[in-house]
Design a protein around this ligand. Sequence first.
Ligand SMILES: [Zn+2]
Length: 269
Amino acid sequence: MASLRRSAAAVLICLALAPGVQAWGPLGHSVVADLAQRQLNPTAEAVVERLLAPEHTRSLADIASWPDEIRNDPRQAELWNTTRGLHYVDFTSGDCDYQPPRDCRDGVCVVAGIDHYVKVLGDKGQPDAVRLEALKFVVHFIGDEHQPLHGGSRDDKGGNAYQVQFNGKGTNLHSVWDSGLLKTRGLEWKAYADELDARGPVELPPRIPPLDNDYAQWAEESCAISRDIYPDGHKIDQTYVDKELPVAELRLRQAGRRLADVLNVTLGH
Ligand SMILES: [Zn+2]
């Protein structure tokens, strides 16, 4: 019995750690959501609060990780299966040039996921329950897309298959970027958002004219960053943290600003 229970636990742990399905951890997602909520116009804020009411919260941070949490909810197995491929886009090793037939086959990638759920969220003909679900995915996926390794290379599953040493333990680079780097600050999400907010308005990269697709551009930015964050000798040391934590925090701030822009345009008038 004990060994059965142990192997069942092992299976659960393996499922929870399955590659390609992680994201900014709850800390990063809540920070992005909270930064965005601070930048909503009054109309968008009112719609957000109305949609969130059945969740007994007014805070986007509280629902920001839900699209990851449904992985562990048997009642949501079907929704998880249809959305699990929408948290990231894997680029080929050659370049960071987003080409949907190659990089987003059958519309299964974060670029298409954001596009789909923004449309549902903005459709006033949909019931509020449907728009609430769409809101959760929009908040989550825009956060995910700014995690550089959610636009990483297919070769190593966005860093999931790239082993590193961090704090004396073995882990993978994707996990370090999801949560390990951010946790080195030792802050809860509210305090972390306060601190990032206090840095003032974030600078956004200029739009790339030929692309003309914001969601694709954000993925290409992540891809370009991801190519530059592989540590020497597979080791995450303090020098690495000092160099890369500001990059991670810039991406959180950019995600917050852009999520606010999307919600203000979609809900704010
Ligand atoms: Zn995710």
